[in-house]
Design a protein around this ligand. Structure first.
Ligand code: HEM
Length: 503
């Protein structure tokens, strides 16, 4: 027992020493401005968690484009000048590591612990499963699955229905994305009875996923109430049952991505329970962005008739030029998808305004950070470094005129080609919008996501008459707790009316 008390006493003393050291931390001359906030240890944690975009914009006004804040005992250096992002994005992982924080979040949000987790290696291995010939297979599969979900032949034609646009977009993309990556009931996409089973099963997945998604931000910040903790546990348990390795093994048309990831988990030596938990984590990683992206894009198109006319005009032209019946989305080749420049610009503009991931790195050793303008700052081991491209470049008025206004052709030159020249301080920017992250953190599903979004919007607009229930309704604000986690979600639903077009 004596040993035990001595160990506890030593632990308390060490913690006390650490805390006093941290509380006393003051800025050294070669460090970024330091803002510890008023509350010891907690610092700015509350403002940061409640509305990171407003809080960081205020800090930027006060301190400039690099500063260090204290939040829940952690010191976070925030860099907001895109001209200097390369110094962070490509720095060696022995200095700036992105695995450590990812590991913390995986555990807090999904109860996943991966021994020897190496995100760089994992990404390199999985990247090929979503690209080249695998991309062609995935795109074909998602095209079939979108039709299964959206063109339910058992529904009566010609009747107007009302639904929330966010719910419509998120559920359609998640259900089609899930079926594409995790497989179908049977091999034959055209089989009517297995389509019905796919619809019912994917709806169940979506319902559980959506309940989980509501609580994940709080879980990431360790902010759940007791009741919420119980609820999130039930959601996860339901999903673990649905996505158990055994059940997944029996599904048809599983993607190469799924089988490779599964094998990777086996190679890591994980038991089946942990493999299943990792499958739920991946369901969220791969599906939580594309649905909200479709929502914002459709909403902007519905609110800006000139943008809708331009996008629909391009769709019709492409389909006609390929000698296809207008409005029928069969298999569309990569060449056609890549030729949709107006759509690409409208999507980029949508993501510029609504994608807000943090790019975070743990500082593993004392080091210096050299900014593009020649300034050099010392970073301390144990701190975190964070980029927030949503503030700059994406919503930076120096780079984009009226950044809060949706301009579908912002990324088009006058000759219809892609516009890539954007400037800050007279310097042409390499990173002028970063919805997909950047450097070692870049999204490996980008091409598949873009194809899926295009096909979904194509199919929706060509097969449904879709309109806002209240055309005067304002574009909703953002659910502020989602800053830092990828695509933003609206703080309220937008009701739309739709009916199947007469074919
Ligand atoms: C609009 C849609 C999407 C956006 C804006 C988006 C954005 C991002 C971002 C910013 C990251 C970097 C996260 C980080 O490393 O910190 C990421 C990672 C990733 N994305 Fe996407 N993504 C989208 C859709 C997809 C889709 C459809 C897939 C499907 C296969 C996908 C697969 C992945 C994977 C596997 C990772 C790596 C996750 C990890 O490191 O654990 N993404 N995505």
């Amino acid at each position: 027992m004596g040993w035990f008390f001595a160990a506890v006493l030593l632990g308390v003393l060490l913690l006390g020493l650490l805390l006093t050291h941290r509380l006393r931390r003051s800025r050294r001359p070669d460090e970024p401005p330091l803002d510890k906030g008023l509350i010891p240890w907690l610092g700015h944690a509350l403002e940061f968690g409640q509305d990171a975009a407003s809080f960081l914009s205020d800090m930027q006004k006060k301190h400039g484009d690099i500063f260090t804040i204290q939040a829940a005992g952690k010191f976070v250096t925030v860099l907001l000048d895109p001209r200097s992002y390369d110094a962070v994005l490509w720095e060696s992982s022995s200095k700036l590591d992105f695995g450590q924080y990812a590991r913390i979040l995986m555990d807090r949000m999904f109860d996943v612990q991966l021994p020897d987790y190496d995100p760089k290696k994992e990404k390199a291995m999985l990247k090929t499963t979503l690209q080249n010939k695998n991309l062609t297979t995935l795109t074909q599969a998602v095209s079939f699955n979108l039709r299964t979900i959206l063109l339910d032949s058992s529904k009566v034609h010609g009747q107007w229905e009302e639904e929330g646009l966010f719910h419509l977009s998120y559920s359609t993309m998640l259900r089609a994305g899930y079926l594409t990556l995790y497989g179908n009931e049977s091999k034959n996409y055209e089989d009517v009875s297995s389509q019905a089973k796919d619809r019912a099963h994917s709806l169940e997945v979506y319902q559980r996923f959506y309940e989980l998604d509501r609580l994940l931000m709080k879980a990431a910040r360790s902010n759940l109430t007791t009741a919420e903790r119980k609820k999130i546990t039930i959601c996860k348990q339901d999903l673990w049952k649905i996505l158990s390795v055994e059940k997944l093994n029996s599904r048809a048309n599983r993607s190469v991505w799924l089988d490779s990831y599964k094998q990777h988990l086996v190679d890591l030596g994980l038991d089946e329970d942990m493999q299943t938990k990792a499958m739920v984590l991946q369901l969220w990683s791969t599906q939580n962005n594309a649905g909200p992206a479709v929502f914002w894009l459709l909403l902007f198109l519905l609110k800006y008739p000139s943008a809708m006319a331009a996008v629909q005009g391009e769709m019709e032209k492409i389909l006609k030029s390929k000698n296809r019946a207008t409005g029928k989305v069969d298999w569309i080749s990569q060449e056609i998808l890549d030729g949709m420049h107006i759509f690409d610009s409208a999507l980029k503009e949508t993501l510029r305004m609504t994608a807000a991931p943090f790019i975070s790195r743990e500082v593993l050793q004392d080091m210096s950070l050299k900014l593009a303008d020649g300034r050099e700052y010392h970073l301390r081991k144990g701190d975190r470094l964070c980029l927030f491209p949503f503030i700059s470049p994406q919503m930076d008025p120096e780079i984009y005129e009226e950044p809060e206004v949706f301009k579908y052709d912002r990324f088009l030159n006058s000759d219809g080609t892609e516009k890539t020249d954007f400037y800050k301080g007279g310097q042409k920017l390499k990173y002028y919008t970063m919805p997909w992250g950047g450097g070692l953190n870049v999204c490996i599903g980008k091409d598949f996501a873009i194809n899926s979004i295009k096909l979904c919007v194509f199919l929706l607009l060509s097969s449904l008459d879709l309109e806002l229930k209240d055309p005067k309704a304002e574009i909703p604000g953002f659910d502020k707790e989602r800053y830092g986690f990828g695509m933003l979600q609206p703080d309220k639903e937008v009701i739309v009316r739709y009916k199947r077009k007469d074919q």
